[in-house]
Each structure stands twice: as C-alpha cells, then as structure tokens.
Design a protein around this ligand. Structure first.
Ligand code: KG4
Ligand code: ZN
Length: 315
C-alpha cells in the first residue's frame, strides 16, 4: 500500500444521516483532488499504473456512479484494464493490506470474517482471496445501523458509532439490560434492539425528561455491550460449526474500542487467532478496494467499458 487517501463528508452530520444526493455531489467535488493526492503521496505517475480498480457496489447508486464513470474514463485514457470490486469482499481483504517493508501476520485460509458495517452484517467463510461465501447475515438492520439509530434516539449526531464508542468509556456496561434477538442459524437481527431502546427511553423520559442526557455514558456502554454480545454469540456458533482457527473482523464497526477488546479477550478464552485491521482500514477506504483489485488483477479478472454500478450486488 503506497497511499490511502480519503475525503471525509462532514455534510451528513447536519442532517442526521447520509443524504444520497449530497453524498454523490460531494463525491463529484472530491474525486479529482483525492486521486491527485493519492498519486502524489504514492510517488506514482498515471502512466506507471497497470490497472484501475473501482467499487461497483453495493452502495448508494449516485456515489457509485461517480466512481465507476471516473474509473472507466481513467482506464480508457491510460489504455489499461479495469477491475470491478465488490465493496463487501474488499472489507474482508482489508486484512491483507501491507505497507512496503512492513512485516505482518495474515489470517490463514479458510477463515471466518465477521463484516460489520453501516449497511451490512455478514459472517463470511473465506476460502481464498477470491472465493468466499456468506454463511450468515442480518435479516433487518446492520450492526452499524444499530449504533447509528441508537445514537439518534439519544439525540447524538450522525454517524453515531464513533460517538457511542467515546461516551461509553465512562459508562457501566451492566447499567441497563436490552433484549437480544432469538434468530435461527447464523443470522442476525438488530431491529428489535432499536425498538427496545426506543420504548425504554420513552418510558424513562416520562418520569424524568432529562433521563437520556443524565445517563448517556451508561446508556452508550450498555447498548454497545449488547450489540457486541449479539455479534459474538453467532460468531462463536460459526467458529464451532466450521471449525476454523483463524477469525477476522472487518467493516466500520470493527473500529469500536470495546468490541476490539471484547473479541480479543474472547479469542484468548476460546483459543482462536483474532485479526482486526488497523483503524484506518476498518471504515471505508481506498486501500481495501485496491487490495481486492490486486488479487483479481493477478487472476486477470477484468471488466469491460460497458459496466455499470450496482446498488445491490450479489456477493
Ligand atoms: O464500513 P463503513 O465505513 O461504511 C459502510 O460500508 O457502511 O461503516 C460505517 C459504520 C457506521 O454505521 C458507523 O457508525 C460505524 O461504522 N462505526 C462505528 C465506529 N466507527 C464507525 N461503530 C461503532 N464504533 C466505532 N468506533
Ligand atoms: Zn463499507
């Protein structure tokens, strides 16, 4: 990895969530300067590139369209191949990002990856760089969505995950008990948790209108603990079922401090090897797309100029 340039979109905090049209306009404004910075930091000239990898999906169509169109144009101008990447597979392959000269331990195949992002919660059985299968996933909200929606109910701005992480540091994880779902197989559900938080806060605020404000740290710690337990229950079930030794966590929610500690302790207790990417490769980033693109490039999996983005994309 030579450079990993990211443009943050602070615009969304003002609206309590991602507004798709604003996101795509921000992409349009940012894409040229970000690529310029990425190339300069990497000390690479455009004519030194061998291929262009881009995110085809899943994601917001307007934003994907900006990236896909730019990638196609750049590949055409440079006369080099195009490589389409699935965003969720890229989160898994973030575990293999390495800086020049860096010594790193990688998960060994087959391993299980729990991918927890704002839009997805997936248990993935990874057989090799390009062959992976979903063995469990959420039937409603994603784990990141659970963080964001819980934060919204507490009056916190978007994205709520990092803020809950921060506030929870001063809270008691056992202060409040929220219900955990009872879903069969290796699937997840987070919509019930959101509803139980909603009713709990509503009931408490009728007794004390300042309840949420006065108990924010305990609420954050308890909610974060519940989400982490829900995630770990099914992960342990998957490890037992598939008998893997190596386990990875990926996606924006894997940046969560408490979750990282909890899973580290769990791995020591249960005897599996845990892999968590550095913070900068947990939330959406360019390096993970390049990583997935690299393995597809080695396999000569190129795509044509008539490719279009997919808001929903098969794994
Ligand atoms: O993977 P990601 O960057 O984007 C998607 O592909 O969705 O994940 C974003 C999600 C958001 O829901 C955000 O609240 C959550 O990751 N997130 C966190 C933390 N950092 C980001 N959730 C909990 N704790 C964090 N520290
Ligand atoms: Zn993502």
């Amino acid at each position: 990895m030579l450079s990993n340039s990211i443009a943050n979109q602070h615009i969304h905090a003002q609206y309590g969530g991602v507004v798709p049209e604003l996101a795509s306009r921000a992409h349009l404004q940012n894409i040229v300067p970000v690529i310029d910075v990425a190339l300069k930091q990497a000390n690479v000239l455009p004519d030194m590139l061998s291929a262009i990898a881009f995110t085809r999906g899943p994601g917001l169509l307007g934003s994907l369209l900006v990236g896909v169109t730019f990638a196609k144009t750049m590949a055409m101008c440079l006369n080099i191949p195009l490589v389409e990447v699935n965003h969720m597979q890229a989160h898994v392959l973030a575990h293999f990002i390495k800086k020049p000269g860096e010594k790193k331990h990688f998960p060994e195949f087959p391993f299980i990856c729990l991918t927890v992002s704002g839009g997805h919660t997936q248990l993935v059985l990874v057989n090799n760089f390009l062959t992976m299968e979903i063995i469990g996933q959420t039937i409603d909200d994603a784990a990141g969505e659970a963080f964001d929606k819980a934060a919204k109910l507490m009056g916190l701005p978007y994205p709520g995950g990092p803020l809950i992480d921060k506030l929870a540091k001063n809270g008691n994880i056992h202060a409040y008990k929220f219900s955990k779902p009872n879903i069969p197989d290796l699937n997840y559900s987070f919509s019930g948790l959101k509803t139980s938080i909603l009713y709990f806060l509503r009931d408490q605020s009728t007794i004390n209108p300042d309840f949420t404000e006065q108990h924010k740290a305990d609420l954050c710690a308890s909610i974060q603990h519940t989400i982490t337990e829900i995630l770990s229950d099914k992960l342990l079930k998957a490890i037992n079922k598939y008998r893997v030794k190596d386990v990875a966590i990926a996606g924006g929610v894997s940046a969560n401090t408490y979750l990282r500690q909890y899973f580290t302790v769990l791995s020591q207790k249960k005897g599996f090897n845990l892999f968590i990417p550095p913070f900068e490769y947990c939330t959406d980033n360019a390096a993970m797309i390049a990583m997935a693109g690299y393995y597809k490039f080695l396999n000569k999996e190129f795509c044509s100029q008539d490719i279009s983005p997919l808001a929903r994309m098969p794994f």
